[in-house]
Design a protein around this ligand. Sequence first.
Ligand code: MG
Length: 299
Amino acid sequence: MSTRVKILLVDDVPANLHTLSQALMSQYELSVTTSGAEALALAEKNRPDLILLDVMMPGMNGLETLRRLRQTDWGREIAVILVTADDRTETQVFGLDQGADDFVAKPVVVPVVQARVRNLLERQRLRRELVRLATTDELTGALNRRRFFELGEAERSRVKRYQQPCGLLMLDIDYFKTVNDQYGHATGDNVLKAFVETIQGLLRQSDVLGRLGGEEFGVLLPQTEPQGTLELAERLRGVVETMRVTTEDASTLSVTTSLGATQLNTTDRSFDEALQRADTALYAAKDGGRNRVHSEHLS
Ligand SMILES: [Mg+2]
């Protein structure tokens, strides 16, 4: 499951690229380029974990390359080490201001480069782990409530600014308390895990699933018209119905889900307002007999 860490090496002098490649190739998956412009294109395509970036290059130099990288959505998380013979204070300060994570002096000393890369990757790994812990629900791997609200608020702004549609679902596992009472909490947890896995299987990469609490979940569907939101809600309802979970005494158990569907509106003053609409719809679905979809203001 663990793929190799990807590093992009950028230097206008091929001999320097050769030295860096020799130093790092046994441990990392490398790509190389001699220009800043091509570095940006390669980074967008390959999404490296780290870039070793020469500062002095003809055309787009390293600092300009870094500046442009940090302006992209995908380039902010990439660790960058500037490689430079220019040790003037202003170059270093400017580099740090542009978002460099570290520096390596030229001519490079191989063990030093290896150590800096190792340290920076370890820091990056820890930071990613902290972010994961702070944003996901430990049991199911869905996003936690706080992160779901953050992304929901971001989607609401986008809907307002660009008039793009975004669907919103709230889901609740029917009679979940009975599952816990009858089969125990371990089986209840397995139902929650299977539920999330089943739902994720139908979602697109850009869709967002969050656990709002207990057996209640939310789904954000960016770029989705009302018709698409309803169709997906119905598909989710159907797939949950066919899901089977093994209990501790090796029998199988099935559950159903009720869904409330709505759209984020340009008039929503907060994400919470939209979520309350979905919640109202969810309660109507429960009242209507469960295992069904109900929609609120889906236009
Ligand atoms: Mg150079």
